[in-house]
Design a protein around this ligand. Structure first.
Ligand SMILES: NC(=O)c1ccc[n+]([C@@H]2O[C@H](COP(=O)([O-])OP(=O)(O)OC[C@H]3O[C@@H](n4cnc5c(N)ncnc54)[C@H](O)[C@@H]3O)[C@@H](O)[C@H]2O)c1
Length: 268
């Protein structure tokens, strides 16, 4: 265990990662393990979780795969119970699963609305509630981290329902933080900007041009940038932080308030 790892107060803690099989979930799992956590990796694709688990094992911590679908309400209690049993407790939960569909509000049907809310908001509510109940039952403090989006912080043209769902997650995190503070459970969210992930952005040229013109730091983020924010929020370093959303966006949201574009872009 490195000396730095002890700063985080996570040595021997038990972390559940929903969507831990790739991208932000993989980064979060490895960073939590390096800080001393054992991890349970929930994924629809268990082979992905197994592969991340092998990397976790190389850090000296334990990893367990929990195969499951968090969009199936009936599976949620079973997933959380299996993770808790394998880990021998539950101190941290980071929930990664979510995705946007592309389309204007006028094109959006009621079915798309329901599907987006299920994928980005509803399951998070059900999983976080199940995890909080487990922490409360064992009278253990805990930390819960959800993944929102910059799309939940401003208008989100062509991803309007996704933005509404992520705004809902940000609101939910605030209410969970208030209602669960007496139980010593902290709840926070991360709002990623444009992050290079295995699933997104397979057209790098187009997106790099966008990044260069709109993101103050002139680059897309890495999955580790999200993992590091999750590690911070899960750790004792954030012991007095709850109900917040941390923007991890290279300054994107700040720049949205600047109507003439970024200095140096030569825009009117
Ligand atoms: N990439 C970005 O720029 C960006 C920006 C803002 C927000 N986000 C948010 O970041 C999060 C991660 O996005 P991503 O594209 O990296 O994730 P992803 O689609 O790669 O999913 C991560 C893992 O979750 C698993 N998974 C998917 N559905 C599942 C289910 N129903 N049950 C269990 N496991 C499931 C997948 O198999 C995968 O291994 C999402 O919440 C997304 O909305 C991403």
């Amino acid at each position: 265990m490195s000396q730095e790892a002890t700063f985080f107060g996570l040595t021997g803690k038990k972390a559940l990662i929903i969507g831990g099989g790739q991208g932000m979930g993989e980064s979060t799992a490895l960073l939590l393990a390096r800080a001393g956590c054992d991890v349970a990796l929930v994924d629809l694709v268990p082979e992905r979780a197994d592969a991340v688990g092998q990397q976790v094992a190389a850090t000296g911590r334990q990893a367990f795969t929990v195969a499951g679908n968090v969009l199936d309400d009936d599976q949620i209690p079973l997933i959380v119970a299996e993770a808790e049993a394998k880990l021998g407790g539950l101190d941290v939960m980071v929930s990664i699963v979510g995705a946007a569909v592309w389309g204007s509000l006028l094109e959006t049907t009621a079915d798309i609305w329901d599907e987006q809310m299920r994928l980005n908001l509803r399951y998070f509510f059900l999983v976080a509630k199940e995890v909080a109940q487990s922490m409360i039952r064992r009278d253990q403090p805990g930390a819960i981290v959800g993944i929102a989006s910059v799309d939940g912080q401003r208008a989100s043209p062509m991803r309007g329902v996704y933005g509404a769902a992520k705004a809902g997650l940000i609101s939910l995190v605030q209410t969970m933080a208030v209602e669960w503070a007496p139980h010593r459970i902290r709840v926070n969210a991360i709002a990623p900007g444009h992050i290079v992930t295995p699933r997104l952005y397979d057209t790098p040229q187009r997106v790099d041009a966008y990044a260069a013109s709109l993101i103050p730091m002139r680059a897309r983020g890495h999955t580790d940038d999200i993992g590091k924010a999750a590690l911070f929020l899960a750790s004792d370093m954030a012991r007095y932080i709850t109900g917040t959303t941390v923007d991890v966006d290279g300054g994107l949201l700040a720049a949205n308030l600047f109507p003439r574009g970024l200095p140096g872009n030569n825009r009117a």
